[in-house]
Design a protein around this ligand. Structure first.
Ligand SMILES: Nc1ncnc2c1ncn2[C@@H]1O[C@H](COP(=O)(O)OP(=O)(O)OP(=O)(O)O)[C@@H](O)[C@H]1O
Ligand SMILES: [Mg+2]
Length: 456
């Protein structure tokens, strides 16, 4: 039985609504002002509120404002006096679901409530799904449902507890730092320090003393002993980001540290014992750098004990809808906005786009689109032109400099299948007809291209 709270200062309206609603099967309570309604709503859950706008003490607008401030989610329907349409619309802008004008007929009230009920049901269903998604497809703020990323989660869980060095590779923006943090947080070192170091951001001349420390007098500016980042990370994790930027002479020194578990500060004659878990990351191809003599092979092997490779976003588009949802929610709460949806056209464009900047680019796109959104909806015009005009993925494919027939045909096939599934909203029988292939062949290809878990 749904519970409806009636708020009105007129005794006879309260009485009438109580009768109508009880008879229609609702549980009803009536109060005579906004303040009393608020008290009632904060002690027990009411599915819907039917509230007058003009009331002494707290009026309907103030009630709506306070509900929003206190994050009390319930469906509110306003009742306005005849001719007070502007005030009613104002209330809808503030989050009321609908309004009815007084005097109203019995059927009008009941119909509006039925519609609201449907919305309330959808809202709950949505919340339940979101919660379920969060639980199933997230791991320490890393959101992904693709098989490739689920495999990464599994590896992270498995190797977090060991001290072995982990090397995380992947294009820029694929989540290397998030994974590194997850390794730390899920290990028994979580209470120890987490020390991220961007090897490319520290001037080469300072890098050695930053990493390993120095003693007083080691060089002109060294007027006292200084602990290096490795010692600061003792009993914790050091994250060597952009490891490919490490100069060759320091690569030798790092290798020694990894092998002997101690560091020697610049200018010192003593080694300091350390207990540090090393996680390194790079977006570069280290093996190629080894082949070109730019990265030491022995260090590469020493770092690459447990490799974790993060796939680019374009190879796991089934993660795109989930990430869109996640970032809409996150940026709404950061920006204080209330953007609830993305139009199917905008979503399709985002699923067809190649995302060279990976998840970071997607996150920035959503943040920008939220700021530009009208009517709380993200639409095509809120997307940057490189995405909104990337419509023609076929053209893009053919204007590239890749001449491999094998790769290009595969990519072409993937694009056509994606289009057919989008067009038929995931109806595989109809999609196979459009593609002029058998249903079986389509199922096989959907699996092959990893397109099975997508909400088209
Ligand atoms: N699977 C994911 N779920 C949620 N957020 C993600 C995911 N992957 C990346 N992000 C977010 O995207 C941004 C970039 O991620 P991160 O900094 O870990 O990338 P990176 O691989 O280290 O990139 P770079 O090589 O440019 O340093 C961050 O804001 C991060 O929170
Ligand atoms: Mg990074």
């Amino acid at each position: 039985m749904l519970r409806v709270l009636v708020v009105d200062d007129e005794e006879n309206i309260r009485h009438m609504l109580k009768l109508i609603l009880k008879k229609a099967g609702y549980e009803v309570k009536a109060v005579d002002n906004g303040q009393a309604a608020l008290e009632e709503l904060s002690v027990s859950g009411w599915d819907m509120v039917l509230s007058d706008i003009r009331m002494p003490q707290m009026d309907g607008h103030q009630l709506l404002d306070t509900l929003a401030q206190r994050d009390i989610a319930t469906t509110v329907i306003m009742m306005s006096a005849y001719g007070d349409r502007d005030t009613a619309l104002e209330a809808i802008k503030k989050g009321a679901y609908d309004y009815i004008s007084k005097p109203f007929k019995k059927d009008e009230v009941l119909l509006t409530l039925r519609k609201a009920e449907e919305r309330e049901r959808l809202r709950r269903e949505n919340m339940r799904l979101r919660e379920e998604t969060r639980r199933t497809f997230s791991f320490d703020n890393i959101i992904a449902r693709s098989a490739a990323m689920q495999k990464v989660f599994k590896t992270v869980r498995k190797v977090a507890g060991y001290k072995s060095t982990v090397l995380i590779t992947g294009e820029s923006g694929t989540g290397k730092e998030l994974v590194a943090r997850a390794l730390h947080v899920n290990s028994d070192r979580a209470k120890g320090p987490w020390v991220p170091v961007n090897c490319g951001a520290i001037p080469e001349a300072l890098l050695e003393s930053e990493l390993f420390g120095h003693v007083k007098g080691a060089f002109t500016d060294a007027n006292k002993d200084k602990k290096g980042l490795f010692e600061q990370a003792d009993k914790g994790t050091i994250f060597l980001d952009e490891i490919a930027e490490l100069p060759l002479n320091l690569q030798v020194k790092l290798l020694r540290v990894l092998q002997e578990n101690n560091v020697r500060p610049v200018g010192s004659t003593r080694n300091h014992q350390i207990d540090v878990r090393v996680v390194a990351a790079t977006h570069q191809d280290l093996e190629k750098m080894v082949a070109e003599g730019r990265f030491r092979q022995d260090l590469f092997y020493r770092l690459n004990v447990l490799p974790i490779a993060l796939p680019p976003l374009r190879e796991r588009i089934e993660d795109v809808p989930l990430l869109i949802e996640h970032f809409i929610e996150r940026h709404n709460s950061k920006l204080g906005t209330n953007v609830g949806q993305i139009s199917p056209a905008a979503r399709n464009l985002m699923m067809n786009y190649a995302w060279p900047g990976n998840v970071r680019e997607l996150e920035n796109t959503i943040e920008r689109a939220i700021v530009l959104a009208d009517e709380n909806l993200i639409d095509v015009d809120g997307l940057p032109t490189r995405i909104s005009q990337s419509q023609d993925s076929l053209k893009q494919l053919l204007s590239g400099d890749n001449l491999s027939i094998k790769q290009t045909s595969r990519e072409l096939e993937r694009i056509l299948i994606t289009r057919a599934l989008q067009k038929t909203r995931g109806n595989r029988t109809r999609a196979s007809e459009l593609l002029e292939i058998s249903h079986r062949a389509l199922l096989y290809k959907i699996k092959d291209y990893n397109l099975q878990n997508i909400d088209w």
